[in-house]
Write a protein that binds this ligand. Sequence first.
Ligand code: CA
Length: 229
Amino acid sequence: MTADRPTVLVVEDEPAQREVLSYNLEAEGFAVSRAGTGDEAMLKIDEEAPDIIVLDWMLPGISGIEVCRRVKMRSETRAIPVIMLSARSEEVDRVRGLETGADDYVVKPYSVIELMARVRTQLRRVRPATVGERLEFDDIVLDAETHRVTRQDKTLKLGPTEFRLLTTFMERPGRVWSREQLLDRVWGRDIYVDTRTVDVHIGRLRKALCQHGGEDPVRTVRGAGYALG
Ligand code: CA
């Protein structure tokens, strides 16, 4: 898992379709993970906590509908957007009727451009910075496109790690992040970094945010981690 790029899990049992879809998502800048069965999908969802899931309805073993139901049943995974792919529009009607909680539906054969647009729409909701949105919290403004951060209209100097930390916080103000969750999101899961490193960079972020004055907006939550606001 990479820290900056949004991660998409593609669940599709047809290898050719899975590859075409993954290829296009990677070309759009996404970090793509693949699963060919529902069981594999459930494992990867737990292991990798993807930002979004593109899920085929017809799968061997656990069906796409069942995967979606399970994702939406559990509090840890409920917020992950699920886009369901189905072969016919009647199936879409059925998925809707079954109240699986899917966030969007796309009928095959779909246009790749259309699917990418749907993926972006979902990401704008859950990972706004990854699609270049401007984030605001109190007097702090973060422009994900230009990587510029201002506080009370004064530009703040931030290191790259502090920028990623702030982005994570500003995407979900008020949410408490554990050090492990911040490591996954900001440093990436594949890199070994000690959790104390998080504390060091939180310290730098606090300093950077107050370089022109103002209150420290980062909250330490004892025994839990950190939050913005
Ligand atoms: Ca299929």
